[in-house]
Design a protein. Structure first.
Ligand SMILES: Nc1ncnc2c1ncn2[C@@H]1O[C@H](COP(=O)(O)OP(=O)(O)OP(=O)(O)O)[C@@H](O)[C@H]1O
Length: 311
């Protein structure tokens, strides 16, 4: 279990992590989500003793990283897949890591097998593809068979097969009862991988919730409706008190009622429909709404054209 209490990191006058309180529970994948610069990597680095908190604390199973007697056996991490000596083979890299941490040499073969690198274990890491480097980084994280795992943006730049592999691996590590914290700025990916979400923006927690509850709260569904007489349809729905937006393809987006209601309002007005669909807003949209005030760099997005109620 990872516990952060009042965790704060300042760099000069800027605050990267601003008084975070969170508990990352074992037995589930916790997605650590935030836009660029939100403070995800800084938080993970503090959990791993690579950065020192300016205030507060972050512990793994009740102890600060520096106080863990055998850190690699307690916490495994993938922070930067490129952080491997390029001239070393994967097997050499893992063997050095194992021996300097009191881990038996045979464990190297086990983790190579686990990540699917056995066939290329004697090639230099400098010649590895990004996907192979990620697998090697993960092999290093798993070397000490730790109960807690931290992955910083593990799917960045991976192809669909690599993404699926990492997703499946994280889920199985959590199913074994381990604590798994994975950072990402991709909500859609987290929706498929994580059970729980901690959303962070500008160093502060914006949400700490299950994926399901997050979706229910932030990604409200709406109804897409289309007919041969859109102006009359918009007017009929507007008169019924529903919020109607015109979409670029001539359809209407209706909020405030379900598809059955929208269909009945159209029938009441004697209007034919060619399409009536419930649309679930994506997690990505919900995430962008939640973090809209926290993004470091943002571009203007043009407003949708609004059809006034009763038009
Ligand atoms: N060593 C450092 N010195 C000064 N500022 C830093 C340092 N490390 C991080 N920061 C700043 O702290 C803030 C948080 O950065 P951090 O890398 O933790 O964010 P992140 O959520 O991991 O972002 P990304 O998704 O871009 O990796 C950013 O504004 C960053 O510029």
């Amino acid at each position: 279990m990872i516990v952060a209490t009042g965790l704060t990191k300042r760099y000069g006058s800027s605050v990267a992590v601003d008084g975070i309180d969170m508990v990352v529970e074992p037995g589930r994948v916790t997605g650590f989500l935030g836009p660029n610069g939100a403070g995800k990597s800084t938080t993970m680095r503090m959990a791993l003793g690579l950065d020192r908190p300016s205030a507060g604390s972050i512990t793994v199973d009740g102890r600060a990283y520096a106080d863990l007697p055998a850190p690699l056996r307690e916490v495994g991490a993938l922070l930067d897949a490129g952080a491997v000596h390029k001239g070393r083979t994967a097997r050499d890299h893992l063997t050095v890591l194992a021996l300097s941490n009191g881990i038996p040499r045979r464990r190297v073969d086990e983790v190579l097998d686990l990540v699917g690198l056995t066939g290329v274990a004697d090639r230099r890491a400098g010649g590895y593809s990004l996907g192979m480097s990620q697998r090697l980084g993960i092999a290093g994280a798993l070397l000490g068979d730790p109960g807690t795992l931290l992955f910083d943006e593990p799917v960045n730049g991976l192809d669909p097969e690599g993404i699926l592999w990492i997703r499946t691996l994280m889920r199985s590590l959590a199913a074994q009862g381990r604590t798994v914290l994975v950072s990402s700025h991709l909500m859609s990916e987290m929706a498929l991988t994580a059970d729980h979400l901690v959303v962070i923006g500008r160093g502060r927690i914006l949400a700490d919730t299950s994926v399901r509850a997050f979706l229910d709260e932030h990604a409200a569904s709406w109804v897409r409706v289309r007919g041969p007489r859109p102006a009359e349809l918009a007017a009929a729905l507007g008169t019924a008190g529903l919020e109607v937006d015109a979409l670029a393809d001539g359809a209407l987006a209706v909020r405030g009622a379900g598809a059955p209601d929208v269909g009945e309002r159209a029938a009441d007005a004697g209007l034919v429909l060619h399409e009536l669909t419930t649309v679930q807003a994506s997690l990505e949209e919900a995430f962008m709404q939640l973090t809209a005030d926290s993004v470091q760099y943002s571009a203007a997005v043009p407003d949708r054209h609004l059809v006034p109620a009763g038009a």
